[in-house]
Design a protein around this ligand. Structure first.
Ligand SMILES: Cc1ncc(COP(=O)(O)O)c(C=O)c1O
Length: 370
């Protein structure tokens, strides 16, 4: 075997993002014959808008053509929806791609990016992948971003601050007051990445849409995705809203055909079906309350969530618990990491799926009590 060129140390040291196994593989490995409920990836249990599905079906014969690299129609629709010019919009293969593009665009070797310790796992990975330094700031006791500590962590070498609002895996959010004070406190050389992947689920008056801050001229870029409430995680389409200057820089590192034709078509159709979003958000709120109250009634501590998942803290090692759930046909997400060793994240499913989770939880609690 030729040894090949080898990779730099910072690549060899990268943590690998571990996705869940395909449901069919879990079924095969564990010999499960019944239905498997997947509550592990914060997907929309109601699926995509039927209008998006229909648009995809119609576009299938066009697949021999390259996509429109600039995503003209989808960008235009997004710009109109948000009331900004279309040179302030960029598309990504999911918002994950934009998280990575930001690191590649703004972070030179050894420069710094700040994020919360209990936040999206892709931030440290994206930052380390360009040989930059991730500064991970402990969360507050309520598992919220400690934005004051994050502001204090900024140095002359800091270029980016990633804020997930709401945050994953905690389901907590930064309020309008906190965000405004934070933006007032940060120096000009820092770009604040407001990752609003779960934005549409939040029903709180003091929850800020950072688009307002962008429009007010603050140094902010807002990330949004079609993967969550729009139910299009499998087609990989997301976007960012930023200043024309920041978007122009990102376009320099963007690969020319980074989003697919079907992704663009589906995103456009999904944007045109706001009723679907309202319905999914309502059902999610009802089912999230159900999950939280069932956890609470059983004495399982959880972090009150504004998103489409709930972080539960169990009384035992969550890896083992995850396997026990899986054997019984329910897949949750073991979390791990600082302060989260006993935490599992449960995505909000349909009522039947959530009931199955609760039933298996009861079985496991009885088993350990007995
Ligand atoms: C906070 C946050 N941001 C971004 C993403 C990425 O989503 P996508 O790349 O599918 O748009 C996720 C997905 O789990 C997330 O939780």
């Amino acid at each position: 075997m030729p040894r090949g060129p080898g990779a730099p140390e910072y690549i060899r040291n990268l943590a690998v993002y571990i996705p869940g196994k395909p449901v069919e593989e879990v079924r095969r490995e564990l010999g499960i014959s019944g239905e498997i409920v997947k509550l592990a990836s914060n997907e929309n249990p109601l699926g995509p808008s039927p209008k998006a599905v229909e648009a995809i079906r119609k576009a299938l014969p066009e697949l021999s053509r390259y996509p429109d690299g600039g995503g003209f129609y989808l960008r235009k629709a997004i710009a109109e929806r948000h009331g900004i010019p279309d040179d302030q919009v960029i598309l990504g293969g999911g918002s994950t791609e934009i998280i990575e593009m930001l690191a590649r665009t703004f972070l030179a070797d050894g420069e710094e990016a700040v994020f919360s310790q209990q936040s999206f796992v892709m931030y440290p990975i994206a930052v380390a992948a360009v040989n930059a330094k991730g500064i991970s700031v402990p969360a507050s006791a309520e598992r919220r971003h400690d934005v004051e500590a994050m502001a204090r962590a900024i140095t002359p070498r800091t270029k980016l601050v990633y804020i997930a609002n709401p945050s994953n895996p905690t389901g907590t959010y930064v309020t309008r007051g906190e965000l405004s004070r934070f933006l007032d406190a940060i120096p000009d050389h820092v770009l604040v990445v407001m990752d609003q992947a779960y934005h549409e689920y939040v029903g709180r008056e003091d929850y800020p849409d950072a688009l307002d801050d962008l429009k007010a001229g603050r140094s902010v870029i807002v990330l949004r995705t079609f993967s969550k409430i729009y139910g299009l995680a499998g087609i990989r389409i997301g976007y960012a809203l930023g200043s024309a200057e920041v978007i122009a820089l990102l376009n320099r590192v963007r690969s020319p055909f980074n989003t697919s034709h079907l992704g663009q078509i589906a995103g456009l159709a999904a944007l045109g079906d706001p009723e679907w979003v309202v319905r999914c958000s309502r059902e999610n709120a009802v089912e999230r309350a159900f999950l939280e109250s069932e956890l609470g009634r059983r004495g399982v501590r959880y972090t009150p969530s504004v998103a489409n998942f709930v972080l539960a803290e169990f009384d035992r090692d969550v890896q083992h618990l995850f396997m026990e759930f899986q054997k019984r046909g329910v897949i949750i997400r073991p979390v791990g990491g600082p302060g989260l060793a006993r935490c599992g994240r449960v995505s909000v499913g349909t009522h039947a799926e959530n009931e199955k989770f609760v039933k298996v939880l009861d079985t496991l609690m009885e088993k350990s009590a007995g």
